[in-house]
Design a binder for this molecule. Structure first.
Ligand SMILES: NC(=O)c1ccc[n+]([C@@H]2O[C@H](COP(=O)([O-])OP(=O)(O)OC[C@H]3O[C@@H](n4cnc5c(N)ncnc54)[C@H](OP(=O)(O)O)[C@@H]3O)[C@@H](O)[C@H]2O)c1
Length: 213
């Protein structure tokens, strides 16, 4: 698959690198084009340039930018994003007394704001739950079954794209409903990061349960 990445930071490097290692064609688009060139060389990307060029590069576009920036960037490139899968990995969080707090209004999500800003794009919420370090290497071979990436989208083609992109990282995709459920994924990140910061392991709170008979 061809994937345009907007951003040259930690998530751009980690996910872009994982997809390039898996044989996908990745284009790094940064507002600092020298940083984009450096990152592209580091991860073996197929190309580099500006965010605008990344927006027209492929079937999928990753917004690896701050949550407060993602909707305005999507609005700026709404025409180019038409019909493309737009992957939103952002978390709109600020430090708070009990861990971190969402900055979005109740019931709202960054993914929903992106979809409103670029209504003809096919937005997917994914990759927001765990620390960036996970994407620099495949899951440990002892992890059986492979750990999972939940995703939310309303579009069937975007679901197929994100399934391929999650599988490329060695993780297992879990369809988690439409974009109306993205607020839950974003709130789950806030909850999990708070637990993690307190020195505990969020995954211990979610042991597997056999499916209902
Ligand atoms: N780090 C994690 O563990 C993690 C995990 C899950 C989700 N996330 C989410 O992933 C997103 C990216 O996180 P990150 O850790 O990769 O952040 P980061 O390392 O700070 O990188 C952010 C990138 O966004 C770019 N950027 C900022 N404003 C921009 C604009 N107006 N136009 C174009 N590019 C712009 C920055 O460019 P400059 O360098 O030019 O400023 C930088 O390349 C965030 O929303 C974060 O919440 C992060």
């Amino acid at each position: 698959m061809r994937i345009g990445v907007m951003g040259t930071g930690a998530m751009a490097a980690a996910l872009g690198g994982a997809w390039a290692r898996a044989g996908h064609e990745v284009f790094i688009g940064g507002r600092d084009t020298a940083a984009a060139a450096t990152l592209a060389a580091q991860i073996g990307a197929a190309g580099h340039g500006t965010p605008a060029q990344a927006s027209t590069y492929g079937e999928a576009v990753l917004l690896a930018v701050p949550a407060g920036t993602a909707p305005s960037l999507a609005r700026q490139h709404a025409g180019a994003l038409t019909g493309r899968t737009v992957v939103d990995c952002t978390n709109a969080l600020v430090p708070g007394p009990g861990g971190v707090m969402l900055t979005t209004d109740a019931g709202q999500s960054v993914a929903g704001l992106i979809a409103a800003a670029a209504p003809a794009a096919h937005v997917v919420k994914a990759f927001n739950l765990v620390h960036v370090s996970h994407w620099h290497r495949p899951p440990l071979p002892t992890a059986d079954p492979a750990p999972a990436v939940p995703f939310c989208t309303d579009d069937t083609e975007a679901a197929a794209h994100i399934t391929e992109l999650i599988t490329a990282t060695g993780w297992t995709p879990i369809p988690s409903g439409g974009l109306d459920r993205a607020p839950y994924l974003e709130a789950t990140a806030a909850w999990a990061i708070g637990i993690w910061w307190s020195g505990n392991s969020p995954h211990l709170a979610l042991p597997d349960t056999p499916p209902p008979a």
